[in-house]
Ligand binder design. Structure first.
Ligand SMILES: Nc1ncnc2c1ncn2[C@@H]1O[C@H](COP(=O)(O)OP(=O)(O)OP(=O)(O)O)[C@@H](O)[C@H]1O
Length: 280
């Protein structure tokens, strides 16, 4: 049981604590050394079909994303991009295979454990933003803090301070804090969705087609803002718009991933189906 508690606590913080016991001294001294995980996402032999009778939409042998990388994931409409993101968020479960996130066996967790893991470690920006329309900006962001419940904030004062800070970084006026989500413009909703995704300081960011409603200038400023605020996270950014590729150093397409090309498809210097292997 204590092993389980310890493993569970480790998976939440994504840190392994190594104990070095120095027995040469009479008094036992225990050193704790934190070891950061290096792989953010690892997909192995993944298959997914929406029903038992239909053919799998996704069939990925191996896909690894190192921690801290920002990946552009592309593919034509209907190729399975959103399905893959839903699998990575745990809102869908694989028909076969495994997904590990932050070196924890995400796809084999119980629903409840997955919900907790997601709330604490994954920030998601959906295509349609999915703000709760009748709640204010502050309430939408607070909801994410409430569900994560990870002790990052001591009190509501701290949450409010962090919210103001994020809104400022995202160039949203403080005066919007108490505006209802459904009174905001598309651009404002988008920024609030990003603030909500970032408030718990997640290690993983999953962003699905956020720029489809924006013109080129708005898209440029949105992307530089996003890259800035997400500098410390691992990010999967999905779009079928190839023009978005230029904002990312690492690219990967669903067609490369599908059909198990994940082990050798990274032939081009920038197309990075398996960035970890490419570096090795
Ligand atoms: N809930 C569902 N039930 C059955 N089939 C589904 C469901 N959701 C998606 N699909 C099918 O799965 C395939 C992949 O859909 P998905 O939404 O993942 O594609 P996508 O690449 O994100 O497309 P887009 O760029 O248009 O958003 C499509 O053929 C779609 O019709």
């Amino acid at each position: 049981m204590s092993c389980f508690i310890s493993a569970y606590s480790n998976f939440l913080t994504c840190r392994r604590v190594e104990r070095n016991v120095d027995l040469s001294e009479k008094k036992q001294r225990v050193q704790h050394r934190e070891v950061e995980c290096t792989t953010a996402i690892e997909v192995t032999n993944l298959q997914f079909a929406y029903s038992k009778k239909s053919k799998p939409i996704l069939d990925i042998k191996k896909w690894q994303i190192p921690k801290g990388e920002h990946i552009f994931l592309s593919g034509p409409s209907g190729s399975g991009k959103s399905t893959l993101l839903n699998l990575l968020c745990g809102t869908l479960t694989p028909s076969k295979g495994k997904i590990s996130l932050l070196e924890q066996p995400f796809s084999s967790l119980s629903n409840r454990q997955r919900d907790t893991f997601r709330a604490r470690n994954i920030g998601v920006v959906f295509q349609q933003f999915n703000l709760i329309p009748y709640l204010s900006v502050a309430q939408n962001i607070n909801a994410a803090v409430y569900f994560a419940n990870n002790g990052n904030f001591k009190n509501t004062k701290e949450v409010t301070a962090a919210t103001y800070q994020l809104l400022n970084r995202l160039q949203l006026s403080d005066s919007l804090l108490h505006a209802k989500a459904d009174t905001l413009s598309i651009g404002q909703q988008q920024r609030v969705a990003i603030a909500r995704a970032l408030i718990n300081d997640p290690q993983l960011l999953i962003i699905d087609e956020p720029t489809s409603a924006l013109d080129t200038d708005a898209r440029d400023s949105f992307m530089s803002l996003l890259k800035d605020v997400a500098a410390d996270s691992t990010m999967i950014f999905v779009s079928h718009d190839e023009a978005m590729k230029s904002y990312f150093e690492h690219h990967c397409s669903i067609s490369q991933l599908n059909g198990s090309l994940g082990n050798s498809a990274s032939s081009s210097s920038k197309d990075t189906t398996n960035p970890m292997q490419e570096r090795a």
